[in-house]
Design a protein around this ligand. Sequence first.
Ligand SMILES: [Zn+2]
Ligand SMILES: [Zn+2]
Length: 220
Amino acid sequence: MKANFHIHTSFSTLDGEQSPTKTFETMAEHGITVAAITDHDNVNGCAEAREACARLGIEYYDGIELTVQPEGSPLPDFDSIFYIHVLGLGVNPAKIGKLNIFPPFLTFKQGIDLIHNAGGLAVWAHPLWGPSGQFHNAETEILAGILKDLGIDGMEVYYAHFSDENLAFVEKIADRLKLLKSTGTDYHGAYGAKYLKNSARLEEFAEKALPLIERLRKRK
Ligand SMILES: [Zn+2]
Ligand SMILES: [Zn+2]
C-alpha cells in the first residue's frame, strides 16, 4: 500500500500545476492506492478528484490545507506574525464552504474546529516548517503542545521532504502527545514529484500511517 495525504492541484491557485484528473492519474501511475486532495484553503477540486479516483481505483478522501495563525504570540523569540498549515483529511466539502483565503487567516482554533465540524481529521502539516520559515525544535514542541490542547488529531510526521533527523524529531513529539501520524509528499506538479519515485519509502510510510488510515476509513 502507498498513501499520499498531501496533494495539490491547479485549484491551489498560487502553486498547483495540474488539474485534479491529471494529478490523480500521476498518483495512480506511481502506485498510490490511498489519497486525499489538499488544496490551499479551498475544496473546489474535490468533485473532480473524487471522480478521477473512482475511475482509477484509488481510495480517496476529500481534504484541504488550511493556513492558520496563532492567537497572540506563543513563541517568545518569534516576533513577526507567522502561520502554519493544517491539513483537513476526510472533510465534507459542503461543510467547509467557501473561505476567504487572504489574511487575516483563521486562528489555530477556528481552523481545527472548521475541520472537525466538517467531519475531518486535523493534522499539522510539515511540522518544523511554517509556510514562511522554519521553527526551531523547541518552538515546534511548543506549537505541538498548543495544537494538541486545541484538539488537533495528528501531525504529518512522514513528510517526504523531511530528513531522517527531522522525521525522528517530529515522530517523538507525536508519540509523546499520542497524536496520529500522517504521510504525504506535498505534491504540486514538479514540486514534490521526485518523492513519488521512492517506492520503498512510500510503502514504509503508509504502514506507519496505518492508524490514521483506519481512522479515516471509520469516518467514511
Ligand atoms: Zn503546507
Ligand atoms: Zn501543501
